[in-house]
Ligand binder design. Structure first.
Ligand code: OXD
Ligand code: MN
Length: 588
């Protein structure tokens, strides 16, 4: 029986839904309209099935808890595939499967997978409604949790169908949680078909297909062909006391404080300065008519890491998640409120942990999963930029690359030029976090924080970055930061959080050509006294240690970059390897 809905007559869409329904064999098909009514209905349904648990309505109105299957709590990079006809197009850092093989394998899993279930058809837009640069996706899913998250994270529903009209130009996303068996879990991307098939996981990054899958993996592929960049970057605006606004985009690996940085409150010393959030995770960067680089946040909400979020680290996030938020895998207090490690106040004596089990203070187990999350609407953010829906986005004056590194990388450094900035981004490394399955705390190269998210060969991605220089007559300045350097005793050298404003101020001054810098072998660093430390209760020597460049550490660093570059063989841009060699030769 052909699929029908009063919401659209788009024959490409209806035909595709028919085809997917014939394969998945759901009991019923529901087209989502994105209305408040629908949200209420689906929430009630999710509550009745135990998929969502209502939280304390006084303390967290409109908020719900979801407990995932304990085997399904993070992105699964080993199950994530780029399916291009040629293996080389995916490159050595991505898992690859031939499209025909992937379709055959996954058809076997999707076949009959929605028997007894409802198939939801979720139309959504990544980017502002009506913008020619926004991308439309349709996600078919059997998960009501996914639908409710998509409603927060994207512009979802009828507006997307209206924007699509009768065009065939949409990302085809198929998702089924299946039996959540990690051995049958696949997140497959088909860049040539503008399609994503995800099976066996309900976790955000694997299942909310608009986010990592479309906005980054498919997005980066589209960006390369269309001349723009899809990046794992937050976007923030800073207004100085004179009212001048400057925007920066910053790439950090998952769970390294992007949301905190994007919602930062400047320290008291910076009276009159204000920070505005444009985005906390993804930036689409295009060349504007004025020759500058302009950034848009394709998302409409925040899927942030809960542990460590508190009134000190991120008061704006605490306000953002105070209502209408879905919490996933956090702990719950006796009175039905949320709790996680690092939340303000005393640790409660008793909790229900993220698996739903009783938990007692002093337990060696974490009460909340380290990658527990909140999904909150951007409109809840008290410092949301007024430009989030602006189709042009915001003009970017500085790009920041940052990793989590205990040693070597200084607090802040500016690149000598664009190509050197691309080199700094390309050699970025970070200690792994709980956002992906696998060991945490292991240093791995994570170029531009895009290692798990580049939808094509990373060497070609580097070349695309280098090529962008010719397209951007007025490029942003490029910086590298490290908030996570430690001393020999393993203690953090820099306080981080709001005090990162001090480093950001230097970056803004450099971007505006207002302040000089000290040249080192590896880049420009602040001159003594140029990072404003007033009101900060740490000795200047500690900051010296955080900004120090140690030739021996850098020698090891530069040498270890070679193995990373070498894996790309002939495809690796010569420019970047030459920069590496030149820096190394300066050392000797
Ligand atoms: C995220 C991630 O969820 O990077 O943003 O894993
Ligand atoms: Mn991310």
């Amino acid at each position: 029986m052909p699929t029908s809905t009063t919401l659209t007559t788009n024959k490409h869409l209806l035909g595709w839904v028919d085809e997917m329904a014939a394969m998945c064999q759901p009991d019923s098909i529901v087209f989502c309209d994105g209305t408040e009514d629908e949200r209420k209905r689906l929430t009630e349904l999710a509550v009745s099935k135990g998929i969502l648990i209502p939280l304390n309505a006084q303390k967290h109105p409109g908020c719900y808890l979801h407990r995932s299957n304990p085997n399904d709590v993070a992105r699964v990079e080993h199950c994530t595939f780029i399916c291009t006809p040629e293996k080389d197009s995916a490159g050595p850092t991505n898992n690859w499967m031939a499209p025909a093989e992937a379709y055959t394998k996954l058809k076997g899993l999707f076949e009959g997978s929605m028997k007894g279930r409802t198939m939801y058809v979720v139309p959504y837009v990544m980017g502002p409604l009506g913008s020619e640069h926004s991308k439309i996706g349709i996600e078919i899913t059997d998960s009501v949790y996914v639908v409710l998250n998509m409603q927060i994270m994207t512009r979802m529903g009828k507006a997307a169908l209206d924007m699509l009209a009768d065009k065939d130009d949409f990302n085809r996303g198929l998702h089924c949680t299946g039996d959540v068996n990690p051995d049958r879990r696949y997140i497959c991307h088909f860049p040539q078909d503008n399609a994503i098939w995800s099976f066996g996981s309900g976790y955000g990054g694997n299942a909310l297909l608009g986010k990592k899958c479309l906005s980054l993996r498919i997005g980066s592929y589209l960006g390369k062909s269309e001349g723009w960049l899809a990046e794992h970057m937050l976007i923030l605006g800073v207004e100085d006391p004179d009212g001048t606004k400057t925007y920066v985009a910053a790439a950090f690996p998952s769970a390294c404080g992007k949301t905190n940085f994007a919602m930062m409150i400047p320290p008291r010393r910076f009276a009159g300065w204000r920070v505005f959030t444009v985005g906390d995770d993804i930036a689409w960067l295009r060349v504007g008519e004025d020759g500058r680089l302009w950034a848009v946040n394709p998302e409409n909400g925040y899927f942030g890491v809960a542990p460590g979020t508190n009134m000190k680290s991120n008061p704006n996030a605490m306000k953002t998640i105070s209502k209408n938020t879905i919490f996933t895998n956090v702990a719950v207090t006796k009175d039905g409120d949320v709790w996680w490690e690092g939340l303000d106040g005393e640790v409660p004596d008793e909790l229900t942990d993220w698996k739903g089990q009783p938990w007692k203070k002093g337990s060696t187990e974490k009460a909340a999963h380290p990658n527990s999350r909140f999904t909150a609407p951007a409109s809840n953010n008290p410092i949301l930029s007024s430009h989030v829906n602006d189709p042009r986005g915001v003009p970017i004056s500085a790009i920041i690359f940052g990793g989590r590194r205990s040693t070597t990388i200084p607090l802040v450094m500016q690149s000598f030029n664009w190509a050197h900035g691309v080199y700094l981004g390309s050699t970025m490394a970070s200690e792994t976090t709980a956002a992906a399955t696998g060991a945490t705390g292991v240093v791995r190269r994570d170029p531009m924080a895009m290692l798990p998210f580049t939808g094509y060969n990373v060497a070609d991605y580097f070349q695309h970055w280098l090529n962008m220089q010719r397209r951007v007559p007025y490029p942003p300045k490029i910086f590298m930061v490290n908030w996570f350097r430690k001393n020999a005793a393993g203690k953090f050298l820099w306080p981080g959080y709001g005090d990162n404003m001090r480093v950001l101020k230097w970056i803004l001054d450099r971007a505006h050509g207002k302040v000089g810098a000290q040249e080192t072998l590896f880049g420009w660093v602040p001159k003594q006294g140029h990072i404003d430390l007033s009101g900060l209760d740490i000795p200047p020597e500690t900051v010296d240690e955080a900004t120090n460049i140690d030739d021996n550490e850098w020698k090891i660093e530069l040498e270890s970059q070679k193995a990373f570059y070498d894996q790309f063989g002939e495809r690796m841009p010569r420019t970047l390897e030459l920069i590496r060699q030149q820096l190394l030769s300066r050392l000797s």
